[in-house]
Structures are given as structure tokens and as C-alpha cells.
Ligand binder design. Structure first.
Ligand code: 0GY
Length: 336
């Protein structure tokens, strides 16, 4: 590896050196910010036709869509065109673009991406109680189908639960759902609030389990119980690169992802996929905010999918049937 190469890009020593990405406008990237990865490898796993990347973001560009004053990080720009190029490179057909916390409750960048997607992207917004019905209707027309409630303390300031419940009741008549992001240790405290939500509820990244704990230990059992007892709860089985402690290195240092990258996450994600095959979603999480350890090559990240969804049927449910039912129900006429 030469000194110009970023280490740990899934062990691809022949991958071109990453080019530093700008933040435009009057912004400076958070010190130590890891930029998303250029020119991802073509995945060896071919996703099924019509596959949906159901968790990704756009950042700015800052000069056009300024980052929010209350943000906890300032990323490098990651535009809609760059996202759509990634979609095509990986073989996906559609995106679900989730409002990133660096844009606060200003959904302009995300909505702009939806309106330039030719109907191939839907969105999840962040809204405040003060949002008007007309604003909700406009977002619906653009393709927004959910709101996100974030409980990860390093990303957002506290919002009172009565405000969130009020928002959930406002968006329910639109047929939207609620996406929740939290850390596993906080599930007991949040349980009553989550189980009172009146809509479909989608959990980001399996509720961020501590994968050093047993997959059948009390912490992850509580998450499985959450999904078992509440059929309105879905989960994204995304972000092995964020959850893994063993990391991207394959067994023996070989570059192939299937030889053991993120192997500590596999039992957790596989269990959720196999137990709840009709309530799971997958996404790249591009452009991967706040990673500290390594930046994954999204192409090789796609090669992780067959480790957690091991049959063609499970893969089709995860990547096509489930996200289509949730985000493009009008194209699923046999579904209720
Ligand atoms: C994280 C992960 C994410 C951050 C955000 O909105 C965000 O800032 O979503 C992610 O992409 O899921 O833990 O920083």
C-alpha cells in the first residue's frame, strides 16, 4: 500500500487513492471527516432487478443547500447526481433518501433529489411540530413517505416525546411511517414511546446492537421481542461497517469480502432477515457520515448482502418486495 492510499478500504490495495471531497459554501468539514469513496468496485453479487437502496443520504452541496446551524457535524458534499451515479454503478433501480441530521429540519436538498429522480427515489423527512399541512402535502407530492425520529444523542438535540407523537399523528393520514434511530442500550427506556406510535415503524441499523454481546443475549433478544410483539415494526439490516468491531479485513488478510469482513455483524442481521423476512430493508448508508475507522467501498458492501440474506427469495424480499410495498405501494397492486 502506498502512502497516498487510504487504509482499510476493504483491503483493496489496487484501488485508486481517494480524492479529497470538498464542502462548498461557507463551510468547513468536521476535523477528521472521512470522505465517501470514489469509483466503487462493481459488486460480484448482482442485486435483483428493481432493487432499492433504502437508506442513503444527500449532503448539500453546501453552496446550494446550506447545512443547518444546529448540525453536529459538517460533511463533505454528496450530491443527488453522485448518489444516482452510485445507484447505477451498484445495479440498484431506486433510492430511499433519508434526511440527514446535518440538514436539520430543512428538507430542501432531499426533496430536490426526489424531484430530480424521475420517480425513482422516495424520501424520509425530518419535521418539527410547526410544519404546516400544506408543507406536508408538498413533501408528499415530491415523494416523501416518512419522518425520522432520531434518539442518537451525538447527532441531535432532545425533542419532547409529546411533540414527536403529535407529528406521528399528523403524518399517519398521509400513509407515512416513522423511522427511528437509537442505540440498543436505550431501547428499554424508549420502549413505551415506540410501542405507542400509531404507524408502521422502521428501525435504522437494527437498533445499533453491540455486536460484541451474544446474538441470543438479553440485549438483542429485547430487539427481537420488539419486532415479534409489534408487527408494525420493520428493521433496516444496514451498516455492518458501522456496527462491526472485527471490521472489513477478511480472514487471513485476503481482500474478498465473503471471506469474513464484518463477520461479527452477520449473525445479528441474518437472524433478523430470517425471522422477519417481510419486514426488512437494506441500504448502503452512502455517503456514510461520521465513520471513524474506515470508509467502505460501496461495491464491496453490496457483496455483504448474500451473507445475511442467503437465498434468492430472501434477497428479493429484502431488496425489492419489502421496500416497494413500503415506498411505492401503488406499484404493488396485489398488496393491501
Ligand atoms: C451515524 C449514522 C448516520 C447518521 C445520520 O442523519 C444522520 O446524521 O443518519 C446514518 O447515516 O445512519 O450514526 O452517524
Amino acid at each position: 500500500m502506498t502512502s497516498t492510499q487510504q487504509p482499510d478500504n476493504l483491503g483493496h490495495p489496487d484501488h485508486p487513492a481517494p480524492t479529497p471531497k470538498p464542502t462548498t459554501g461557507d463551510f468547513t468539514k468536521t476535523p477528521g471527516w472521512m470522505d465517501w469513496f470514489d469509483g466503487p468496485a462493481k459488486p460480484r453479487f448482482q442485486v435483483p432487478a428493481g432493487a432499492v437502496d433504502a437508506h442513503c443520504h444527500v449532503f448539500g452541496p453546501g453552496a446550494e443547500f446550506p447545512y443547518a446551524p444546529e448540525r453536529k457535524y459538517t460533511p463533505c458534499d454528496a450530491s443527488k447526481d453522485q448518489l444516482f451515479a452510485l445507484r447505477d454503478q451498484l445495479g440498484f433501480a431506486r433510492n430511499v433518501i433519508v434526511q440527514a441530521t446535518c440538514h436539520g429540519a430543512d428538507n430542501a436538498a432531499m426533496v430536490d433529489a426526489l424531484t430530480h429522480s424521475g420517480g425513482m427515489a422516495r424520501g424520509v423527512a425530518t419535521v418539527k411540530r410547526s410544519v404546516s399541512d400544506a408543507e406536508l402535502q408538498a413533501m408528499h407530492k415530491a415523494g416523501v413517505r416518512g419522518v425520522r425520529f432520531n434518539f442518537v444523542k451525538r447527532l441531535v438535540d432532545f425533542t419532547p416525546k409529546d411533540e414527536l407523537l403529535d407529528i406521528a399523528n399528523r403524518i399517519k393520514p398521509l400513509g407515512w411511517h416513522v423511522v427511528i434511530y437509537f442505540e440498543a442500550v436505550d431501547l428499554p427506556e424508549l420502549w413505551d414511546f415506540f410501542t405507542a406510535l400509531p404507524t408502521t415503524v422502521v428501525v435504522d441499523h437494527m437498533g445499533r446492537p453491540d455486536v460484541s454481546k451474544p446474538v441470543d443475549g438479553p440485549e438483542f433478544e429485547l430487539f427481537v421481542k420488539f419486532m415479534t410483539e409489534h408487527p408494525n415494526v420493520w428493521s433496516k439490516v444496514s451498516c455492518p461497517e458501522r456496527l462491526s468491531l472485527t471490521g472489513p479485513k477478511a480472514i487471513g488478510g485476503a481482500p474478498q469480502l465473503e471471506l469474513g469482513a464484518y463477520k461479527d455483524v452477520v449473525p445479528f442481521a441474518k437472524r433478523i432477515v430470517e425471522t422477519f423476512p417481510d419486514r426488512v430493508l437494506w441500504g448502503t448508508d452512502w455517503p456514510h457520515p461520521n465513520l471513524k475507522d474506515h470508509m467502505p467501498d460501496d461495491g464491496l458492501l453490496v457483496d455483504f448482502i448474500p451473507q445475511i440474506a442467503t437465498t434468492a427469495q430472501l434477497q428479493h424480499q429484502l431488496l425489492v418486495d419489502n421496500p416497494m410495498r413500503l415506498y411505492w405501494p401503488e406499484e404493488c397492486p396485489t398488496q393491501e
